[in-house]
Write a protein that binds this ligand. Structure first.
Ligand code: PNW
Length: 480
C-alpha cells in the first residue's frame, strides 16, 4: 500500500517532549571511581569472551566527567528532555541503603542541575540493567528479597532527586534483560537457567515495579507531583500467512514480549491468557504437574495492577511471525512460544542483524496499544538505528543518511498515530545521543547522533548529519 508510506505534514501538541536517551553503563565510564560499587556489567564485561573484542564500559564515553559537554550536545539539538539512567551501585555500592555513596548522589545532582539550567527536563530510569554485583552474589532478581532492595533504592532516588525529577521509569525493557541475562546468557549476569528462571525473575521484577510505584504514590507524589512509568520494548508483528495458526502465533509473540508485563500492570491484571495456556501446555509435555509460569495471588495482583502513570514504549523493528512447533526439550522462553520470526527481504538493513527499519509498523503498534490497553499516555522512550558497517568505505562516515531517514520516517508515523489515530503520545526520545557501549557488541555497533572517537582518551564527540535532521524536526515540533 503506497499510501501507507506517504509523508504527512503537521505538528505535535504544545509541550511535546523531544529528547534523546542513554543508559549509565553504556556512557558513564568511571566504573570504580569515587566509591562506586561493581555492577554485574563490570563483572560480565571484564570476563574474557563475553563482549565483542573484549570491550568494556570502564571508560565508555566518559560521560561521568563530561556533564557539560553532553548537555552542550543536547542544546545543539534543541532538546526539551533527556532520558538517562542512574547506576544503582554508584549510589548504593552494596545495593542496600545501608551505605549511601555521597559522591554518586552529587554526580547525579550536578547532572540534573546542568540539565535544568539548560531548560532540559530529566527523565530518569532507575534500572537500565546494571545491578550491584553484591546483590547478584545473593541471587539477583531470582532472590525474592530483591523486591525489598529495589524499593530501598527507588526510595533513596525519589528522596534525593525527586524535587527536580518529575519523570521516573522503574525498569528498562524487563523482557530483554530477563531473557538475555537469565536464559540465553548473552547479557549480564550471563546465566543459562533454562525454562523456569525467566518467569520467576519477571514475577519479582513486576512486584518490584509495583512496590516502588506505591512508594512514590504514598510518600512522594503529593509533594513532588511527578509521574512513574515503565519502559517496555515491543516489536510490531505480522503473520507470515493468513492461516489461523500464523495469526495466533503473531498474537502470542506480542503477548510474550509485551503483554507479559503490560497485562499485569495496566491490562487484565494477570499474565496474558495465551501465555498462561502455552506455558501450561509446554510444562505438561515436560511431565511437570504445574506451569513454569507462576500464578499471581490476589494480593500480588492488586499490588501490581494500576501502577503506571505513563507507558515508556521502545520501538525499533517489525517481525513476520510463523507458527512452528518447538521440541519439548530444552525448555525455554523461545520454545514456549512455538513460533519462528523472520523479516521481509525488502525491509532495509542496518548495522544490527535484528534491526530492519519498518516505519509503518510503529504506527500499527501504537494504534494496537491504544485500543488494547485503553489509551494509555505514551512516551516513546527509545527508537533508533545502528550505522551500517562502513569499514570498507572508510570509517567514520559521519554522513549517516540512513539514520536521518529512519528518524524522519518514524517520527512521521508517530505524527500519523497522534493526528489520525488519536494515540495519547507525550514525547519522543531517540536512541541514542552519542555512540556508546552497545552491550555484547561493545563499541562495534553505533547508535549515536554524535560520533565518539573511542581511540582518543578525550573521547571527542562529532555531530553526524542526523543531528541536523533531528534538530529541524524538534524546532518545527514535527513537519511544517
Ligand atoms: C535497547 N528489539 O534494547 C536497549 O534498551 C538499549 O540499551 C540498547 O542500546 C538499544 O536497544 C540498542 O540495541 C533493545 O527486540 C532490545 O527490537 C530489544 C529490541 C530492541 C532494542
Amino acid at each position: 500500500n503506497p499510501d501507507r508510506d506517504r509523508a504527512m505534514t503537521g505538528t505535535f501538541q504544545q509541550g511535546f517532549a523531544w529528547g534523546a536517551a542513554t543508559a549509565a553503563y553504556q556512557i558513564e565510564g568511571a566504573w570504580d571511581e569515587d566509591g562506586k560499587g561493581a555492577s554485574i556489567w563490570d563483572t560480565f564485561s571484564h570476563h574474557e569472551g563475553n563482549i565483542y573484542g573484549n570491550h568494556n564500559g570502564d571508560i565508555a564515553c566518559d560521560s561521568y566527567h563530561k556533564i557539560y559537554q553532553d548537555v552542550e550536545l543536547m542544546k545543539q539539538l534543541g532538546l526539551t528532555h533527556y532520558r538517562f539512567s542512574i547506576s544503582w551501585p554508584r549510589i548504593l555500592p552494596d545495593g542496600t541503603s545501608k551505605t549511601i555513596n555521597q559522591a554518586g548522589i552529587d554526580y547525579y545532582r550536578e547532572l540534573i542541575d546542568a540539565l535544568l539550567e539548560a531548560n532540559i527536563k530529566p527523565m530518569v530510569t532507575l534500572y537500565h540493567w546494571d545491578l550491584p554485583q553484591a546483590l547478584q552474589d545473593i541471587g539477583g532478581w531470582e532472590n525474592d528479597m530483591i523486591v525489598v532492595y529495589f524499593n530501598q533504592y527507588a526510595d533513596v532516588c525519589f528522596r534525593e532527586f525527586g524535587d527536580k525529577v518529575k519523570l521516573w521509569i522503574t525498569f528498562n525493557e524487563p523482557s530483554e534483560f530477563i531473557k538475555e541475562g537469565y536464559e540465553t546468557g548473552c547479557l549480564a549476569p550471563g546465566l543459562k537457567h533454562q525454562g523456569t528462571s525467566v518467569y520467576r525473575v519477571a514475577h519479582n521484577v513486576l512486584l518490584s515495579h509495583g512496590t516502588a510505584w506505591r512508594t512514590y504514590d504514598n510518600k512522594y507524589r503529593a509533594s513532588q507531583k511527578g509521574m512513574v512509568g515503565i519502559c517496555l520494548v515491543c516489536n510490531w508483528a505480522i503473520p507470515y500467512s493468513n492461516s489461523k495458526e500464523d495469526v495466533d502465533a503473531t498474537e502470542r509473540f506480542i503477548m510474550f514480549m509485551f503483554g507479559w508485563f503490560a497485562n499485569p500492570i495496566f491490562g487484565s491484571g494477570d499474565y496474558p491468557e495465551a501465555m498462561k495456556q502455552q506455558v501450561m501446555m509446554k510444562s505438561r509435555e515436560q511431565g511437570l504437574t504445574s506451569s513454569r509460569l507462576p500464578d499471581f495471588n490476589e494480593e500480588e495482583k492488586s499490588l501490581i495492577l494500576g501502577t503506571m502513570d505513563f507507558l515508556g514504549l521502545n520501538y525499533y523493528t517489525t517481525k513476520r511471525v510463523r507458527h512452528l512447533a518447538s521440541p519439548t526439550y530444552p525448555a525455554s522462553l523461545d520454545a514456549d512460544q512455538d513460533l519462528h520470526c523472520t523479516y521481509d527481504d525488502d525491509w532495509p538493513t542496518s548495522g544490527s542483524t535484528w534491526l530492519r527499519p519498518v516505519p509503518w509498523g510503529f504506527r500499527e503498534l501504537l494504534r494496537w496499544v491504544k485500543n488494547k490497553y485503553n489509551n494509555p499516555p505514551i512516551y516513546i522512550t527509545e527508537n533508533g538505528f545502528s550505522d551500517p558497517n562502513l569499514e570498507s568505505e572508510g570509517y567514520p562516515n559521519l554522513d549517516d543518511i540512513c539514520r536521518s531517514k529512519y528518524i524522519r520516517s518514524h517520527i512521521n508515523e508517530l505524527l500519523k498515530a497522534y493526528i489520525m489515530d488519536d494515540v495519547d503520545i507525550r514525547g519522543y526520545m531517540t536512541w541514542s545521543l552519542t555512540d556508546n557501549f552497545e552491550w555484547c557488541d561493545g563499541y562495534s555497533s553505533k547508535f549515536g547522533l554524535y560520533h565518539v572517537d573511542f581511540t582518543d582518551p578525550s573521547r571527542p564527540r562529532t555531530p553526524k548529519t542526523s543531528v541536523k535532521t533531528y534538530r529541524q524536526i524538534v524546532k518545527d515540533n514535527g513537519f511544517l
